[in-house]
Write a protein that binds this ligand. Structure first.
Ligand code: FES
Length: 178
């Protein structure tokens, strides 16, 4: 550093600049990849997925996550992404709809069943149904109507009966319960 002539130190009052602590960050896995969030720990997971990672398959439902469009799997359990802050996710495994297909691009059996049953209208609700369905099939490999009725998801396009068929079709498919 260049020496200032005739001056031993810069004339700056003490404590003018308060250094910010380095944030160690929140390490988590999303769709099998490691990430470290160093921003606001109160940021909802949904905004991290959509705005930071550009994973826009998961949709905004409302501030409480009603309707299920914002569901993701956290450690295998379907959870509303708008209600979970990043600060709660250290060491957790998150799977979004973008992570349901296999590494070779093969669709998850439930995704295939949605196609086979034509269970997609505008598609806004579809990611949430798929995530809720994967969780349901893990707990109830052959879901009954009553099991499906426990899901929180809504479809404004009126696809519920075809979604129901897709879920029951996937229950007979190999690998749907993984
Ligand atoms: S397909 Fe449009 S809201 Fe469900």
């Amino acid at each position: 550093m260049a020496q200032l002539q005739g001056q031993d130190h810069l004339d700056v009052p003490e404590n003018t600049i308060v250094p910010e602590k380095i944030r160690a960050g929140i390490a988590l896995q999303i769709n099998g990849e490691g990430y470290r969030h160093t921003g606001d720990p109160d940021m909802p997971l949904l905004w991290y997925l959509r705005d930071v990672l550009q994973l826009t398959g998961t949709k905004y439902a409302d501030a409480k996550g009603l309707g299920g469009a914002d569901l993701v799997l956290i450690d295998g359990k379907a959870t509303s992404a708008i209600t979970v802050p990043m600060g709660k996710l250290a060491g957790r495994q998150v799977t979004t709809v973008e992570g349901l297909a296999g590494a070779d691009g093969a669709l998850h059996p439930l995704q295939q069943a949605f196609i086979d049953e034509d269970a997609i209208g505008c598609g806004y609700c579809t990611a949430g149904w798929l995530i809720a369905g994967v969780d349901l099939l893990r707990r109830h490999p052959h879901p009954s109507d009553a099991d499906i009725d426990t899901l929180p998801n809504l479809c404004r396009c009126g696809c519920q009966s075809r979604v129901r068929k897709a879920l029951q079709r996937a229950g007979t498919a190999k690998g749907a319960q993984a």
